[in-house]
Design a protein around this ligand. Sequence first.
Ligand code: GLU
Length: 302
Amino acid sequence: MTGRFAPTPSGRMHIGNVYAMLGAWLSARKSGDSIRLRIEDIDEPRVVPGAAETMMRDLEWLGLGWDDEPVFQSSRHALYQEALELLSKLSFDEISDIISTGSNDSKPCSTTAGNEAATSEATPLIYPCFCSRADIRAASAPQEGDRFTVYPGTCHRLIANDPQRVKQRLASGDRHSLRIATTDTTIAFHDEVFGNQHYNLAQDIGDTIVRRSDGIYSYQLAVTVDDLDMGITDIVRGRDLLRSNALQIYIRKALIAAGFQSSEPADAAISYAHLPLIDNAAGQRLAKRERSLDLGILTAHG
Ligand code: GLU
């Protein structure tokens, strides 16, 4: 098995991040497995200069070492682009078949590449989305408690019903993100902490951004590509990513179907553990601004 630490260098780690890192480290080291460090600095506007180096020093100070060289997402744009191009060759119908039949082999399925005429009207798996946040809010059902919004599908309907209009908007340079369409299927997985999980992709997650309108590859795409590319088979992280795990399993299946080369066999068993989050005394999730529990203050106090 290979585990990973995947911190986002947006500030100093706090006790909650450290708890997740400790869980990941223990899970790997208890059986002598390796653990990799990946600095998740893909969202460059959120990155705080120097935070990655401070996090590495903090992990070392805690005695949580890692193997091999750290991987920086900011240096892997070409890989994310290649993954996106592969996914863009899949149609929505192809992926629906793959997901519903449970087939997970690594043979590339037939793609629209070189066969544009025959399948030009097939709805693509990856489609442009022209919606602003305000458009999405206006068209969405009220949010659930965890503030997760399921995309209402506006631009998925547009590309399915009026692909010419989409072409016109792209040709006129309309600002857009790219979304991955989700199928109406349930992804099931076992979590070592929370037990068996079931998420309906379309209803519980919805079509998700894979490249933002500012050109930045999304967390969901980058993390799935990286876990596959780095051969990660032991995922330990916070409970806030439990729902995302179902989406990442879906994107992973699509990448494998599209022929993305991974260092692990496509059917490698992956262990998932999502750890409860640490709350403050008022029962709210710890926020970065609670400085008293950040590693700067904690290390200063020994
Ligand atoms: N970078 C994410 C975070 O710091 C974790 C991503 C992951 O473990 O998949 O919250």
